[in-house]
Design a protein around this ligand. Structure first.
Ligand code: 5CA
Length: 438
């Protein structure tokens, strides 16, 4: 992709409305644009990152045995009246009346709808367990939308739902999502800590939030420092095996959000191992038993022929919020530092002298070679000062910068910079390409 033709409206000045670094950098890098309070358009650069994050989430859900569906954004109020949440949800729910005077709503979550889909076809314990998810826009009319896409009114969520015969089955499902979440966030370069959490309007009595520690986070959190030194879960998982030891390990030490914080228990953590800080909630899992299956009549027959409501849980990931969370966790004064796995492009190719034939020929060749090898390249072919090019490239934070200048190329050399470390190397074109492709 040539930068001269790319729609990336970067800003030189810090936008005054942005209070936290991720919001500031997303606006400055031309990733998003506010449409109205808490509602954003995703511009090409931001949309690429959103899609990368979504794809990692999808792959890890699939790996855990969860199947993707797509439910609508607009729902009928009927099911919500059955569950009792039509009234409970209050002003946070965006209510819509259609032309036939029917009460509709823009879904803030999907427990009712998925339970109804399940109930319509599943009859027997033999068809259990089932795990379904979708990745869909949600709307919550938050009182105070803020920090850009971190707390939006419209936001992209992955929400999954599990259906089991009893608590034991539901706990197995809960463990699968718990472990899948550790893997998901680890793949994005994030250290997420599972913390005992309040279940709020979703309900239920077992719940964990997955928290990225950050001063700019919205929630006060308390945890044992050892969690920050735990190895992230990167290895392959046998999802049919016993996941309880992994879950036990990751819940063995104190970790709680504000609502569940127990100062007396926290005091028992050695003083130098106590962390009291703030965090960003990137995922939240719930077990709520028969809370929705009972009112929505999602029952199955047991081996003895009895009819019982199924046990369920729901499992959310803030897909759009994660874009901000990754930036909060990975940036410096010059801009964003994308982890390789979510970077919008892998390489930024900088032509330092767009008017010089040698530079342009070399850049065109490098661009073609990288693209042929399946690498996403953003090629800065603009006629701009080198300083402006370097600043833009640092701001948008691509993992590699390949810099082609007149003096170097005359000697067959280019410069390769790793954005995360700032390390620069002068290499032959072939060696630089080999490093990027490794
Ligand atoms: N139905 C359940 C789980 S599927 C549910 O809705 N859970 S939730 O309310 O905790 O939301 C799931 C995730 O969505 C949160 O962990 C958070 O990462 C993200 N999220 C929630 N509200 C917002 C918001 N206003 N803006 C951006 N992301 C949000």
């Amino acid at each position: 992709m040539r930068l001269s033709a790319y729609f990336m409206p970067t800003l030189k000045e810090n936008p005054t409305e942005a209070q936290i670094v991720s919001h500031r950098l997303m606006l400055r890098a031309g990733m998003i644009r506010q449409a109205s309070a808490g509602i954003y358009s995703w511009l090409p650069l931001g949309f690429r990152v959103l899609k990368r994050i979504e794809q990692i989430v999808r792959e890890e859900q699939d790996r855990a045995g969860c199947q993707e569906v797509l439910m609508p954004t607009i729902q009928s109020a009927d099911l919500w009246k059955k569950s009792g949440r039509y009234d409970d949800y209050g002003k946070e729910m965006l209510r819509i009346i259609d032309r036939h005077e029917r009460e509709m709503l823009y879904g803030p979550t999907n427990e009712e709808l998925i339970t109804d889909i399940f109930a319509a076809s599943v009859r027997s314990y033999k068809e259990l367990p089932r795990m379904l998810y979708h990745i869909q826009w949600k709307f919550r009319d938050e009182v105070r939308p803020r920090f850009g896409i971190m707390r939006g009114r419209e936001f992209l969520m992955k929400d999954a739902y599990s259906f089991d015969l009893d608590f034991a089955g539901a706990k197995r499902a809960y463990n699968k999502f718990f472990v899948a979440y550790l893997r998901t966030f680890a793949r994005m370069g994030l250290q997420a800590i599972p913390m005992a959490a309040d279940s709020g309007p979703i309900g239920g009595d077992m719940s964990h939030e997955f928290i990225i520690l950050a001063e700019t986070g919205e929630s006060a959190v308390y945890c044992h420092k050892d969690y920050t030194e735990f190895d992230v879960l990167a290895r392959d998982i046998d999802y049919d095996g016993d996941l309880e030891p992994i879950v036990q390990h990751w819940t063995s030490l104190y970790a709680a959000t504000d609502d569940k914080h127990d100062p007396a228990r926290f005091e028992q953590v050695p003083a130098d191992r106590r962390i009291a800080t703030r965090g960003i909630e990137v995922g939240h899992i719930f077990y709520f038993g028969t809370k929705y299956s009972k009112p929505l009549n999602a029952v199955v027959s047991t081996p003895s022929g009895e009819q019982v409501p199924v046990h369920s849980g729901s499992y959310g990931i803030g897909v759009s919020r994660l874009v901000g969370a990754v930036i909060e966790a990975s940036h410096d004064d010059a801009g964003i530092i994308w982890p390789d796995a979510v970077a919008p492009f892998k390489v930024g190719l900088i032509n330092l002298k767009a008017g010089a034939a040698a530079c342009t020929t070399a850049c065109d060749e490098i661009d073609a070679k990288l693209r042929n090898a399946g690498v996403d390249v953003l090629y800065d072919d603009r006629d701009e000062r080198p300083g402006a090019k370097f600043a833009d490239m640092d701001l948008i934070g691509l993992p590699w910068q390949l810099i082609v200048g007149p003096r170097g190329i005359a000697a067959g050399k280019v410069e390769l910079k790793r954005r995360a470390t700032g390390e620069r190397q002068e290499l032959s074109v072939e060696a630089a390409l080999a490093k990027v492709l490794a």
